[in-house]
Design a protein around this ligand. Sequence first.
Ligand code: SAM
Length: 242
Amino acid sequence: MNRQDETGSPTRCEIEWHEGDMPYSPEFGDHFYSRSDGRSECEHVFINGNDLPGRWPENNSFTVAELGFGTGLNFCETWRRWNEIRGSDGHLLFVSFEKFPLRGAEIARALSVWPDLDDFSRQLTGHWPENPPGSVRIDFDDCIALELHVGDALQCLSLWQDQADAWYLDGFAPDRNPDMWSSELLRQVYDHTVPGGSFATYSAAGWVRRNLEAAGFNVEKRQGYAGKREMCTGGRALTDTA
Ligand SMILES: C[S@@+](CC[C@H](N)C(=O)[O-])C[C@H]1O[C@@H](n2cnc3c(N)ncnc32)[C@H](O)[C@@H]1O
């Protein structure tokens, strides 16, 4: 059963476990990541799609923002790759917007599939608030911090005061969760992107691309992950400082 807050809105998303430890949302009719390998999907779509290995060495301080925290797989994999590339030098802030936070035990179960994420998963679940308040910031060490905004992405993002260098658009498939791909929300994403910043997503749906372009992004199609023909990446022009 979903938990409900005092207004009757669900504050938890019920999940099912498929094929062992693969989380699935019956409410949205979708898996949280690729059934092929969520971690490689993160690398292909979000990390390489935003050209992070090429950009991180040039940036001492970097902000990644995400729509949909889910299991924290993208967060842990991004943290692991940042450590590989930057070591203990520089600072990575990972900001995520999530309406239905999972429980710590669910996060641990999902991430247990990738043993080399154990260290990151343990630290995440060790600090994880079971009933996260509206916004929570966790400083894991001098190099890495997580800022989680709990609530509807559109509402939370319109209140967020900062801008990201790179965005992960990860809100379930657009036809199953159109709210996470609306023109209004993607305009907010654009406004919260630094000039020269980027986004990446596994979706190449025509209406999502049009919403991204209407928001102001340059959009390009790339080879998708694991049998998906296409995905999208793009950016905000360096000259667009308005
Ligand atoms: C595909 S999953 C994200 C997977 C995640 N990035 C990971 O690493 O596991 C999509 C997430 O979006 C969240 N979500 C769905 N609708 C939302 C909304 N309107 N606002 C904020 N989060 C939402 C879901 O609860 C779910 O956790």
